[in-house]
Design a protein around this ligand. Structure first.
Ligand code: ZN
Length: 450
């Protein structure tokens, strides 16, 4: 049946040359090796742009304070909303001021104008996201001023940069920089982002790449449970373990961080220890990235359909509810310390990144990634579909229907079944992730209890 379909598709779209193609955006990140002088210039540019960013936030904030907050009818909701809309400062209003700013402050003439505009666009995006969350009924934090350590990139959105034939990067107003092109750049880059990570500089070039429609060679499906004990458990019972070197590096990082905490605030020793943490942190991050890329590549190569739980970030980092003793009213341990901490946050980020990698690679490999709601996946029996609550430390799944297996293995099977039944699949979360949400339509795989 499947083969016939493939043939049909081939006939319809033609073989070889006439194959359907679509364009996707691909990012290429390379390390930059600026000279001392160039590095200074890059850092200065960052500092000036940060000043512009903070000033743009300040202007929007002041407009709100002066025109909305001090209005006599502030407490009338309709008036307040109307005023907020009318008095809000737009991107264009801010961009119009750039020439004037350049007159007053000569240093801004040393920055490519589109880079300046891009910063203002970033401010706009921040505010749009803020108001979006307000509309959704949340109480988000107000857009913040950025401190020196929290502003580390700028972008040439269209022009002002080029890659030369001898593989150097030409940046307008900055110069020609040495780049280590460790992999081939596909196509002319559309945007160019310069990024600082600690003491290292990088360039991210985004290209539009033509992608042919591909068909996956196998029809294998898999459900994947991401967990703490094993990095991942597959529905066929296999597990993927966090490599030993990564665990060791994470422990080293935790120790380095404790060392900072012991030093006096503001001291030179603390500063030094802090720098060291940054270094270890980047090392761990790189090792983790490597691990996630390799494992996701393997999965996508082997399986045509991969089903994951949809791990909403807000859900993962939420603190556990406080537990109280019913009689005495005393607070009981609720596992907050186990959920908090660095290791936890690292794992959370790792899982989300892993799913994202699989989604990105699936596109090229002709496989697909489905996300299912994480509700009940750990409690449902993979044999009969009964729901039975389990404590967090219960490692074995045993059901009255005779199903006996490892807890995570059980979850992985449930995840696969829910995914293939095509039922409680969540809509894709953002535009960039290529999650296909259509049901598989494979009746044979549909479990009777779903
Ligand atoms: Zn059962």
């Amino acid at each position: 049946m499947r083969k016939l379909f493939k043939q049909f598709v081939n006939l319809w779209h033609g073989n070889g040359k006439g194959q359907r193609a679509m364009s996707i955006h691909k990012a290429f990140k390379y390390r930059l090796y600026p000279t001392k002088k160039q590095a200074k210039k890059l850092q200065e540019t960052l500092d000036w742009l940060r000043e512009l960013y903070n000033a743009a936030i300040q202007e929007r904030r002041d407009a709100y304070d002066l025109c909305v907050k001090r209005h006599p009818n502030y407490y009338d909701e309709a008036t307040r909303k109307q005023l907020t809309r009318d008095q809000a400062i737009s991107y264009y209003q801010q961009a119009d001021q750039l020439p004037e700013i350049k007159e007053l402050r000569q240093e801004y003439q040393e920055i490519h104008s589109q880079v300046l505009q891009d910063i203002l666009r970033r401010v706009k995006k921040t505010f749009d996201a803020f108001f979006g969350r307000v509309r959704e009924g949340n109480t988000p934090g107000f857009p913040r001023y950025k401190g020196k350590d929290h502003f580390d990139s700028f972008c040439y959105p269209q022009s002002g940069f080029s890659v030369t034939a001898d593989k150097r990067l030409c940046l307008s107003k900055i110069g020609t920089l040495k780049v280590k092109m460790h992999r081939k750049l596909f196509g002319p880059p559309k945007t160019c982002t310069i990024k600082r990570e600690g003491e290292h500089w990088f360039v991210v070039l985004v290209c539009e790449v033509q992608q042919k429609m591909v068909y996956h060679p196998s029809e294998e499906t898999v459900g994947i449970d991401l967990g703490l004990l094993h990095f991942a458990t597959l529905s066929d019972g296999r597990t993927i373990e966090t490599p030993h070197y990564l665990r060791a590096a994470e422990t080293r990082l935790a120790h380095a961080q404790q060392r900072v905490a012991r030093k006096k605030r503001g001291s030179a020793r603390r500063k030094k220890a802090g720098k060291f943490v940054g270094k270890v942190h980047r090392k761990v991050a790189n090792q983790r990235k490597d691990f996630l890329h390799k494992e996701s590549r393997k999965l996508v190569k082997k399986y045509q359909t991969l089903v994951f739980e949809d791990l909403a970030p807000s859900r993962m980092s939420r603190r556990p509810k406080p537990k109280q003793d019913e009689e005495t009213g005393e607070y009981l341990p609720n596992g907050a310390s186990a959920k908090a901490g660095l290791n936890k946050s690292i794992r959370d980020a790792g899982w989300a990144q892993f799913v994202q990698h699989c989604q990105n690679k699936a596109e090229e490999a002709g496989s697909r990634v489905l996300l299912v709601s994480p509700k009940y996946t750990s409690q449902m029996c993979s044999g009969c579909g009964a729901i039975q609550a389990k404590a967090l430390d219960e490692r074995w799944h045993s059901c009255s229907c005779g199903t006996e297996l490892d807890r995570d293995h059980n979850s992985a099977i449930v995840i696969l079944r829910i995914g293939l039944s095509g039922e409680p699949i969540r809509k894709k979360r953002n535009k960039s992730s290529q999650v296909r949400t259509e049901p598989s339509g494979d009746a044979l795989l549909r479990s009777p209890w779903l």
